[in-house]
Design a protein around this ligand. Structure first.
Ligand code: GMT
Length: 381
C-alpha cells in the first residue's frame, strides 16, 4: 500500500511511535510518505520506498499566526495526487486529524477517495482536550476519521468521556523494536556517569510540568540519603533549569547528571539500574516501555495508561501520583535487594516483549486492509 504518514517530527512519544511504525511498514514493502515540517527525529536514512515531504509555511506578513494546518492539508492533497496514496494515517488529533479530514474532503470533491486513520496519543486528548477552544475541532476530527485508534485503554476511556464521540475507538498499544535493545551497555559511558559503579537511576522526558520531574529529584534525594547513587536526566524542556538549580541547592548537584536531548534513549537506558516516571498523567508511557525493553525496572505513578505497561510488583512498582515517599521506598527495595532486582530485570524484558512491533504491526495493517476493502466494496468499514 501507499501510505501518507503525518506526525510531529520531534523526540516526543507520538513522533517516535509514528516514525518507527512508518519505518517498519516500509521494511515490510509498503510505500511510506512522511508529511511534516522537518525530517522526523528517528527517521534514519531514506530508502527507495520511504519518502519525506516537507510542509513549509512561508512567513506571510499579513498573518500574525501562520496557518500551518491549511498548508499541511494542501500538502496532503498534493502528495496524495502525485504519489497516488491509498490511505492517510495521522498521529495526533490537532492539527493533523483535522487537516487530514479537510484534505480528504478536497480530494473527494475531485472524485478521489482516501480513508483517514487517526491515532490519538494522549496529550491531544488529556491536555488539549480540556481546552474548550479546541473541543469542537477535536470531536469533529475524531468523528469524521474513517478509523480511530488510541494507544491505551485509559486514553480510549478519556476520549469517550471528554468528547462527544459517536464512533468506535480501537486500542492499539504502543510498541518497541526489541532488536534495538539487544546490545551490550557502553561501559565507558557508564563509568563516566557512575565512576564507583553507583546504581544509575534515570528519567527521560520533555521536562514539562506533567512529567513531575521535581518528584523524580525528590525520590532520588531520598534514595541518596540511604545509598550512593547517580541520577541521569535525559531530555530537555521548561522544567530543566529549575530542577538543575534545585539539585544544587539540595546538595546533590554532583550526583545529578543532565545530558539533554538525545536522538535515541537506548544507550542511557542500557547503563541504568532503575527508571522513574512519576507523571501526573501519561496515556501510555513509551519511555517506561523502552526502559523495560532495556531490562530496567520502572517505578512510576499509577496514572493513565502506565498500569497497562508496567505490571506492579513484577516489572516495577506503581504508586499514586505525588506519593514520593512510597516511590522512594519501592526504589530502595529494588536497589538494596540484588535478588529481587535480578528478577525484576528479567520480568521487565519479558513484559516489554509483549509489546514487540511484530505483534502490533499486523493490527495496523488489518485496519488499513479493512478500510481499503470497505472503500472498494462500498461497505461500512
Ligand atoms: O509525553 C509527552 O509529553 C509527549 C507526548 C507526545 O504526544 O508525543 O506523549 C504522548 O504520546 C506518547 C506516545 O503515544 C505516550 O507514550 C505518552 O504517554 C503521551 N504523553 C502523555 O500522555 C503525557
Amino acid at each position: 500500500m501507499k501510505i501518507g504518514f503525518v506526525c510531529y517530527p520531534t523526540f516526543g512519544g507520538s513522533g517516535v511511535v509514528a516514525t518507527e511504525l512508518g519505518k517498519a511498514l516500509a521494511e515490510k514493502g509498503h510505500e511510506l510518505h512522511f508529511i511534516t515540517y522537518s525530517t522526523p527525529a528517528r527517521m534514519g536514512s531514506l530508502k527507495s520506498n520511504l519518502f519525506y515531504h516537507e510542509v513549509r509555511v512561508s512567513d506571510y506578513p499579513l498573518f500574525d499566526y501562520q496557518p500551518y494546518e491549511l498548508v499541511l492539508a494542501s500538502k496532503m492533497v498534493e502528495v496524495t495526487l502525485a504519489h497516488e496514496l491509498d490511505l492517510l494515517h495521522v498521529h495526533y488529533a490537532i492539527p493533523h486529524a483535522s487537516a487530514a479530514v479537510l484534505a480528504r474532503d478536497i480530494l473527494q470533491a475531485q472524485g478521489i477517495q482516501i480513508p483517514v486513520v487517526t491515532t490519538l496519543h494522549g496529550t491531544d486528548i488529556t491536555l488539549l482536550g480540556r481546552e474548550p477552544a479546541f473541543e469542537p475541532v477535536i470531536s469533529h476530527a475524531i468523528n469524521r476519521s474513517d478509523a480511530v485508534t488510541a494507544v491505551s485503554e485509559s486514553l480510549r476511556r478519556d476520549t469517550l468521556e471528554l468528547f462527544g464521540i459517536e464512533r468506535a475507538i480501537q486500542v492499539v498499544h504502543n510498541f518497541i523494536c526489541t532488536k534495538h535493545f539487544e546490545r551490550a551497555a557502553d561501559e565507558v559511558f557508564r563509568k563516566s556517569i557512575a565512576p564507583k559503579r553507583e546504581p544509575i537511576i534515570s528519567h527521560i522526558s520533555n521536562f514539562r510540568p506533567v512529567k513531575r520531574v521535581q518528584d523524580v529529584l525528590e525520590i532520588f534525594i531520598r534514595i541518596r540519603k540511604v545509598i550512593p547513587a547517580k541520577l541521569l536526566l535525559v531530555g530537555d524542556g521548561p522544567e530543566r533549569s529549575r530542577i538543575e538549580k534545585m539539585a544544587m541547592d539540595q546538595g546533590v548537584g554532583d550526583d545529578v547528571i543532565c545530558i539533554g536531548k538525545i536522538k535515541n534513549p537506548v544507550e542511557p537506558l542500557l547503563i541504568s539500574d532503575l527508571f522513574l516516571l512519576p507523571s501526573e498523567t501519561e496515556s501510555f508511557g513509551l519511555a517506561a516501555l523502552e526502559a523495560l525493553a532495556a531490562g530496567v525496572p520502572v517505578v512510576a505513578s499509577d496514572s493513565g495508561g502506565i498500569p497497562e505497561v508496567v505490571d506492579h510488583g513484577n516489572s516495577g512498582f506503581l504508586a499514586p501520583v505525588g506519593d514520593v515517599p512510597q516511590m522512594a521506598k519501592y526504589a530502595l527495595q529494588l536497589l538494596q535487594n540484588p535478588e529481587q532486582m535480578a528478577t525484576a530485570r528479567k520480568m521487565a524484558k519479558a513484559r516489554a516483549s509483549e509489546f514487540q512491533i511484530q505483534k502490533i504491526l499486523p493490527v495496523y495493517e488489518g485496519i488499513y486492509q479493512r478500510l481499503m476493502f470497505a472503500l472498494h466494496n462500498e461497505t461500512e468499514p
